[in-house]
Structure formats: C-alpha cells, structure tokens
Design a protein around this ligand. Structure first.
Ligand code: SIN
Length: 300
C-alpha cells in the first residue's frame, strides 16, 4: 500500500499537498475546508504588522490559462490574526505566511506569531506591493538578512518563498539556505498586466499584478528543478499545479511537497482529493511505496 504521508522539517503532513498562500486562504474556515477536502496542510494569506484593506476592485482577472491578481496584501495585521485564530485547534500543520519591509519587521512578526504557527513562510516575492515582497526578495543579500533575522527569533521552521522575477532563482535559494532556512517554496507569481481593449486601460485597479495558474507551470517546474539541483534543503513546488500529472512532474523535478492555490479558484476545493488520489494511483501502478521515493527522480 503506497503512502502519501510526508515529513518536512519535523512536521508530519497527511499528504504532500498544501493550500498555497494566495486568494483562498484568508480565514480559518477556508483552511479547515481545504484540509477536509484533502490538503495535508495550509499556508495562510500573508500577515503584516498593520491591518491592510488591500487594493480596490478589480483585484483579479481570469485569463484562458490562469489568473492575474493584485489584492494588495489585505490582512488583519498580527494582532487581528491572533484574535482571528483564538479558540481554534487545527488538526493539520498551519504555516503562517508573513511579510515585512525589513528584516526587523519579519523578525517582529515571527516573534509575535510563534505561539500559533507550526512554521513560517516568508513572503519575499509578492510582485507588486511597494516596499515588500520581491522588491526585497530579488536580492540574495536581502533574502539572507531576512531569513537570518527570523531564524534568530524563532525555533519554528522557516520557509523562504522565492520570486521567479529574477535571472537566477538558485542564487536566492542558496542565500536562504545559507541563512538557515528549513525549506524554500517556488514560485510566487510572475509580474504581469492585462489591458481592457475598449476602456483602453489596465484592468486591475493596481494595473500590475501577479500571474498564476496553468500558464506558469513550466516556469515553476524549471525553477523547482534548478533549486533542487542547487540546494540541500527541501523545495516546495508551487505554480500552476492543477492535475495529478502536474503534481507528479513537480515531485520528479525535486519538490518534496506541493502547494495549490489558483486551481482551487478555477476547479474548486475538490482538486486536493483528485490530485492526491491521482498521485496514489500513480505510485501504486508504478510500484513505489511512498511519495518520497519519487522525489527528484528526474534530476539525473
Ligand atoms: C496580494 O495580496 O496582492 C498577492 C500577494 C502575493 O503575491 O504574495
């Protein structure tokens, strides 16, 4: 009997599929729903120091092969987040995504949220928020400083979420690893725009957004492949995973776990069950006993 159980940085996940930080993970009800539908764990929407309302509508555009979003990092701030999760006992690993404008802000958030997070994912990659995300995370020295600052204040595992908007994602991953990151996740969205031909202006209120979904899958897969070849720490694959075949490709390219976000918007919560059943079938048909056995087999 093949097993999907996945152990990552000391945490046990029922399977390697996690809800990605993105457009479907603002509140506990969505995290619980994702787990009920078959996600092995959850990454929250990114939390900052102060509450943010986010950008005005429209914040999401649907394209034939994915979505462009610019939500503007809406979140209740760390105090509001603690109030929101009070009274909940989650029976799955809760990875809290955090964003800040400096290493000190990331460290502050990690300190404040260590009591409720099973792990942290550092948003070093949002492609459009002024002063945050990839404006920091495109430089390896900044990635190093942020990861180091967070590792210095928390014993919880730390994942650096990397940007594809760079000419060498492996350099960013190596900086995260050197600073003590327990894993990296790749990729966040690609900087993108959509234009309304009749209004003759960008559709999103923020004009620029981040492209996600099936259209970016080959780029995400290549990023995971590059990172898995360069790093010793686990790589978590994210970007356009929509079918079980996509998921298996990412595992073969070296991902130890996978995140799913846009596919939930495009196909519904059932994607978690469909993809994990597909992976299990593949393992059984191909004679593998565990998901770990296929990680990195295509690295050569
Ligand atoms: C957003 O909230 O606008 C997206 C966040 C991200 O891309 O990291």
């Amino acid at each position: 009997m093949s097993s999907l159980n996945t152990i990552l940085f000391g945490l046990s996940f029922e399977n390697p599929l996690l809800l990605a930080s993105g457009v479907n993970d603002k509140v506990p009800e969505q995290w619980i729903r994702a787990h009920k539908e078959g996600a092995g764990g959850v990454v929250t929407k990114s939390i900052g120091i102060e509450p943010r309302k986010g950008y005005g509508n429209p914040t999401v555009v649907e394209l034939p092969y994915g979505l462009i979003n610019a939500m503007g990092l809406p979140n209740p701030g760390w105090k509001g987040f603690l109030e929101m999760v009070e009274g909940y006992a989650f029976d799955f690993p809760l990875i809290v995504s955090i964003f800040g404008g400096s290493p000190g802000e990331f460290a502050f958030l990690a300190e404040k949220l260590s009591g409720v997070a099973d792990a942290f994912e550092l948003n070093l990659s949002c492609p459009h928020a002024k002063g945050y995300g990839m404006e920091i995370g495109q430089r390896p020295e900044n990635v190093y400083e942020v990861v180091k600052a967070v590792k210095d204040v928390t014993g919880k595992p730390v994942i650096a979420k990397l940007t594809p908007n760079t000419n060498d994602i492996a350099k960013l991953g190596l900086a995260a690893e050197k600073a003590g990151a327990n894993a990296v996740s790749a990729i966040n969205t690609l900087k993108a725009i959509a234009i309304d031909v009749y209004a003759r202006m960008p559709i999103l209120s923020n004009k620029i957004g981040g492209y996600s979904g099936p259209g970016i899958k080959p780029i995400a897969l290549r990023a995971v492949y590059d990172l898995a070849r360069a790093l010793d720490i686990p790589v978590i694959g994210v970007g356009g995973i929509t079918t079980w075949q996509d998921a298996v490709e990412f595992l073969l390219a070296g991902a130890s776990a996978l995140q799913i976000g846009t596919a939930v918007s495009l196909r519904g919560w059932r994607v978690f069950r469909e993809i994990s059943e597909g992976i299990k079938r593949y393992l059984e048909e191909e004679g593998f006993l565990s998901v770990g056995e296929i990680v990195g087999l295509a690295l050569g």
